[in-house]
Design a protein around this ligand. Structure first.
Ligand SMILES: Cc1ncc(COP(=O)(O)O)c(C=O)c1O
Length: 382
């Protein structure tokens, strides 16, 4: 199979990730506990090492500020539902994945908060539009770093400064950027940073993290066992245990740890440039073929490895995706990509687009196979 659906989750994983998963599963897959037996301590160490690696990678304040989550959605929900107070105003954008849009919309519908959804232009959010949406009641600005439908990278450094100046919290969804676009928490005032471990950090599914900066104090939404401090009647206040209840994904973290090390070795810029160079071939093909269109503005230096194609009239992204899969063994992602607002904005709702997302192991030959398959499928139709 030619796998071009890395924006959903990366595949394959680097060899050291498979080896780390195997080793952990065979030798130290116990339930972590700080005061437990040797294997429990080894499992706890895997979690600690993951927090240290994340803290170094993103320049956080301290390893204990990293809450290990089960995916990006988990971290975003923890952040949003943990900091919102009744009567708050929240700013978001039309680029968001449902993992931000839905919790905010549900709180809005319940009358708990008011929401302003800033509108993007060709895939980009203007920092001044965020400034213009701020009100004295704005407590949170929640937005993506790289749009998952269009692949466009947002100016979070500029926006962070504006949000900090207004005294609100800044929550960034780095699902499509963590591992390919450097984020430096020491330089950029982000209060809450959520991402999955299973995309460009090359860990397995079931992993993710939420960074909680010193200005943010989310309430826990999952209380329970923490592997220590059992005498306390309520969740122990020490971070990260305050926000982590229940058995963590030790196996996943072993893989994530190896994934982060691999990304560091390869270099984030090099990984992004590889994916964008492959997408350039798709863009070139699109421009040479009538009826096809790239969604959003194509600016290679402000792009991650996800590109949406608006398909010619008379064809549907779903049909094309199904034919690519069944007849050509090529995996891409048709549809709305859990981001309905941006599809409405670019008039691709309800069918959506055909999203192509190469990863670190994709090759020029993979892209050539894709465009030649698209040429063959559409021959005679347009
Ligand atoms: C921008 C964005 N945010 C959030 C998510 C949700 O990530 P997860 O599936 O790990 O919860 C995704 C997943 O594709 C995404 O692209």
């Amino acid at each position: 199979m030619i796998y071009l659906d890395n924006a959903a989750t990366s595949f394959p994983k680097p060899e050291p990730v498979y080896l780390a998963l195997d080793q952990c599963a065979r030798t130290s897959l116990a339930n972590p506990g700080r005061a437990g037996h040797k294997m429990a301590v080894a499992a706890e160490r895997t979690l600690d090492d993951t927090r240290h690696a994340l803290n170094q990678f993103f320049g956080g304040e301290a390893p204990e500020r990293w809450v290990l989550t089960f995916n990006c959605t988990d971290g975003l929900n923890l952040a949003i539902k943990g900091v919102i107070q009744s009567g708050d105003h929240v700013i978001t954008t039309d680029l968001e994945h449902n993992s931000i849009s839905r919790p905010l919309r549900a709180l809005e519908k319940a009358g708990v908060i008011t929401v302003t959804r800033v509108v993007s232009d060709a895939g980009y959010i203007d920092p001044e539009a965020i400034r213009g949406a701020l009100t004295p009641k704005t407590s949170l600005v929640a937005m993506t770093h790289a749009a998952n439908v269009l692949g466009t990278v947002q100016p979070i450094e500029e926006i962070a400064a504006i949000v900090r100046g207004a005294g609100a919290l800044y929550l960034v969804d780095a699902a499509q950027s963590a591992g390919v676009v450097p984020i430096d928490l020491k330089r950029t005032p982000i209060d809450l940073l959520a991402f999955p471990g299973h995309k460009s950090l090359y860990g397995p599914t079931g992993t993710g993290a939420l960074y909680v900066g010193p200005r943010a104090h989310p309430r826990p939404w999952r209380e329970g066992g923490t592997g220590g401090d059992s005498s306390s009647e309520t969740q122990p206040e020490a971070m990260p245990f305050f926000l982590e209840g229940g058995t963590p994904n030790v196996l996943g973290c072993a893989g994530l740890l190896a994934g982060i090390a691999w990304v560091r070795e390869r270099g984030q810029d090099a990984l992004r440039e590889h994916e964008v160079a492959l997408l350039q071939r798709v863009v070139d093909w699109t421009e040479a073929n009538a009826g096809w269109q790239v969604a959003g503005r194509w600016e290679p230096s402000k792009h991650v490895g996800a590109l949406s194609l608006i398909v010619p009239e008379g064809l549907s992204p779903q049909e094309l995706g199904a034919i690519l899969d069944s007849s050509f063994d090529i995996a891409v992602r048709p549809g709305l990509h859990c981001a309905p607002y941006i599809h409405r904005r670019i008039s691709s709702f309800p069918d959506g687009t055909l999203r192509v997302s190469p990863g670190a192991f994709s090759t020029e030959a993979d892209i050539d196979a894709l465009v030649s398959a698209l040429t063959e499928i559409t021959a005679g139709v347009i």
